[in-house]
Design a protein around this ligand. Structure first.
Ligand code: PLP
Length: 391
């Protein structure tokens, strides 16, 4: 069979005519930018998650920057996160002139290690906010982290880019701290192509985010043109940015939001099939799966002591057999900008380094067919067997 027919992509967005209809409706309405559809999206998101306020933004990167700014991260201050995350977790702080401190992840998960958080808070009084990242949708220990934050006087901003919908007895991830930020980037659990949502607890923080996402203007454009007291007048009261989410994208978001739990159930079933197959195989380590896991990604680890090859060889062979694979994440000590700015060395983050060397992200999305799931399993098991048999 030709490669195109057999190739299984790493991810495919799940859309139907519902999203198409919602977009066409907005296109025909005469109002494309942030307006009543975005307001409805924010209200529906807040209602579902129990967030006090939800504010739609054009990306999680913007959302992180806005939440950090509203919670006092600025020049002379630092955020604390892990090197095992996407660039934007740290870059959002740099946009504010703030610096980044790093703590290693736990030995058996991709989550920031609360013990390392405490070590950092003890010695560094400039840390204004801790930014735990719920990698792949598996939750960090939020009780421990918020407890430490209270003790040392830091804010907590959840990077929940991967964690929708993640729900435990404590509530939805992204609503468990001072602020939480979700991503609707093209490969996320619900998507608008680009986009994000910031949830904030304190109404003053939410108001500040709303102001700063829109040029520091004191009235929204929707309000200026459509409210009963419509008036062209406005004032610029702060040095803000432009980070709003337009109605065209919010229309897609509302439809995706309504399907979020169906998508979750479908991804969970795929994850269960993978985990069942891989947990019995020599050379493979299944991902951590704590309460409330959103199953955004399936991060398979290789037991490098049991295999006669490294991760790159293993990944290349999966790719050669027609699987679209990825790697989450290249840690910041491997990225020139962060390594050089902060003098990061892999040896200072042994847990993140070990995970980076042994992880591969498998094809994973809610609409995968049974045949595709079986092929991913078969190819992965065959590859592992080829590399354990010779020992
Ligand atoms: C952990 C994490 N944080 C933040 C982001 C930024 O999301 P966005 O692309 O919506 O800015 C991403 C995006 O991939 C991510 O993986």
């Amino acid at each position: 069979m030709p490669q195109e027919q057999t190739h299984i992509p790493f991810f495919r967005p799940s859309f139907s005519e519902d999203e198409e209809r919602a977009v066409v409706e907005v296109l025909r309405s005469g109002w494309l930018t942030t307006g009543k559809v975005t307001l409805a999206f924010e209200e529906e998101f807040a209602r579902l998650t129990g967030a006090r306020r939800a504010l739609a933004v054009n990306s999680a990167t913007s959302g992180l920057m806005l939440a950090m700014e509203a919670l006092g991260v600025r020049s002379g201050k630092k955020i604390l996160t892990t090197p095992y995350t996407f660039a934007s977790t740290a870059m959002s702080a740099r946009h504010l002139g703030a610096e980044v401190a790093y703590a290693d992840v736990e030995r058996d998960s991709y989550s920031i290690d609360p013990q390392r958080v405490e070590d950092a808070l003890k010695k560094d009084r400039d840390i204004a906010a801790i930014v735990p990242v719920h990698i792949a949708g598996n939750l960090c220990d939020m009780d421990a982290i918020t407890g430490l934050a209270r003790r040392y006087g830091a804010a907590v901003i959840e990077d929940a880019a991967h964690a929708f919908p993640s729900k435990t007895e404590a509530g939805y991830a992204g609503t468990l701290a001072d602020a939480g930020v979700f991503s609707f980037y093209a490969t996320k659990t619900i998507t608008t192509g680009e986009g994000g949502m910031v949830c904030a607890r304190d109404p003053k923080v939410a108001d500040r985010i709303a102001l700063m996402r829109s040029h520091g203007i004191n009235r929204t454009v929707w309000d200026r043109y459509t409210s009963a007291s419509a008036s062209w007048k406005y004032d610029v009261v702060e040095e803000g940015w432009k980070c709003n989410l337009p109605d065209v994208l919010s229309a897609i978001g509302r439809v995706q939001l309504a399907k979020a739990w169906d998508f979750y159930r479908s991804r969970s079933a795929v994850a269960q099939a993978y985990t069942e197959a891989f947990s019995r195989a020599e050379g493979l380590i299944v991902p951590p799966d704590g309460p409330g896991n959103a199953w955004h990604l399936y991060l398979l680890r290789l037991d490098l002591d049991a295999l006669d090859c490294d991760r790159d060889t293993f990944a290349a062979e999966l790719q050669g057999a027609g699987l679209g694979i990825s790697m989450h994440f290249i840690p910041h000590f491997e990225l020139t900008y962060f390594r050089e700015r902060y003098g990061l060395r892999a040896g200072d983050f042994p847990n993140a380094d070990a995970k980076y060397r042994s992880t591969v992200t498998l094809p994973f999305w809610p609409g995968m067919s049974g045949e595709q799931v079986e092929r991913v399993i078969a190819i992965t098991l065959e590859t592992a067997k080829r590399h354990t048999g010779r020992r």
